[in-house]
Write a protein that binds this ligand. Structure first.
Ligand SMILES: Cc1ncc(COP(=O)(O)O)c(C=O)c1O
Length: 357
């Protein structure tokens, strides 16, 4: 029997989505695919509040995160680092042969607009990478305030990872002026992994034209050329795109406001449970993530044992990421989850903890 997922991605996938993935196959150069592609990218533009280009890439998020630095960093990149995924993005930027600096704060801290301003004021950088919602630490950095600072630096291209926040909170890309936004679909979209979505502003595409060594698979200009025909440069994961199409219909049927509100309510419920049970939070307010909670194991519970016992009951539990393993645990509250799912999960934890005390 499969485990019900409460880890911060992949997230539990609805049977209706799995059914959509079983749609009979089509060729990606057939008109049927162009119709599917256009329908999906048009809906995504509405959800992302953008009129810029939206592209579909067959890879996990890091494929495009690597592609973005290859396409968009000319002079030097400022990688803002406040957790495992942002640290890794700096490493990836360097591995792509780019000049880059890691602008680090402690894990659990947000990236602040003041830090972004102070970094860019040096004039050294023509690109930044920033993770909106650091999934390893449960920190959501203040994107609107950071975006306001970025407007002071029109020569800097902003590359923003919204992997674990997009669709759960409002992120109006054009209003914020984000040049390249990247996310995978296995988090708040609650789809199986393997598809990444990214956007590119005109400014980003102009930058690409000046950059050598963009490679092929993630060359943004190849994506832009294919997009003219509602297509992708290489064979896409068509089954996942059918699933995304169905999920977007469900997101539109729920309504954006209701979806954001549901995510706020789920976050409030989990935070309430965490404090009532005497655990702490890695992040301070107002930077706690709305899609997952990273609780500090202040009761010194044997989290590996808790994970094992939950596993025996067919629930997947996360006992901390990287250097935070055992010291924190993370509960996801995103995607299609409802309050009753989280009440059930926390009830199971309560039940097990009684016998572990
Ligand atoms: C914020 C964030 N960025 C990037 C990634 C990496 O994504 P992927 O494993 O899809 O490449 C993750 C994965 O959990 C993530 O949470």
């Amino acid at each position: 029997m499969s485990k019900k997922l409460f880890i911060p991605g992949p997230i539990e996938v609805a049977p209706e989505i799995l059914e959509a993935m079983a749609t009979p196959m089509i060729g990606h150069r057939m008109p049927e695919y162009a119709r599917l592609h256009k329908g999906v990218t048009d809906k995504l533009k509405e959800l992302l509040f953008t009129r810029e280009k939206v592209f579909l890439a067959t890879s996990s998020a890091f494929g495009v995160m690597e592609g973005a630095v290859r396409n968009l960093v000319g002079k030097r990149c400022a990688n803002f680092c406040n957790g495992a995924f942002s640290d890794k993005w700096h490493d990836v930027t360097r591995r792509c042969g780019k000049e880059a600096d890691a602008i680090k704060v402690e894990w659990g801290e947000p990236i602040t607009p003041e830090l972004v301003d102070a970094t860019l004021a040096s004039g050294k950088y023509d690109a930044i990478t920033l993770i909106h919602n650091e999934t390893s630490t449960g920190v959501m950095s203040p994107l609107p305030e950071i975006a306001a600072v970025l407007r002071k630096y029109p020569d800097v291209v902003s590359i923003i990872d919204t992997v674990s926040s997009m669709s759960a909170v409002k992120i109006p890309l054009d209003e914020l002026g984000i040049d390249c936004c990247i996310f995978g679909v296995q988090k708040a979209f609650a789809l199986p992994p393997g598809l990444a979505v990214f956007t590119a502003s005109n400014k980003a595409l102009e930058r690409c034209k000046t950059i050598e060594g963009r490679g092929y698979y993630f060359d943004f200009l190849e994506f832009a050329a294919a997009d003219e025909k509602d297509n992708t440069p290489s064979t896409p994961c068509i089954s996942l795109i059918y699933a995304l199409d169905r999920q977007l219909e469900r997101i539109f049927a729920e309504g954006f406001e209701k979806r954001w509100q549901r995510h706020r309510e789920l976050a409030e419920y989990v935070r309430g449970w965490v404090s009532e049970r005497g655990f702490g939070f890695l992040a301070a307010e107002p930077y706690r993530s709305l899609t997952l909670t990273c609780a500090v194991n202040s009761r010194d519970i044997d989290l590996a044992e808790l994970k094992k016992r939950l596993g025996e009951r067919n629930y997947a539990f996360d006992n901390g990421y990287g250097k935070l393993k055992g010291k924190t645990f993370r509960i996801a509250h995103m995607g299609d989850m409802q309050l009753a799912d989280l009440q059930d999960f926390t009830g199971q934890i309560d039940d097990i903890l009684k016998s572990m005390a």
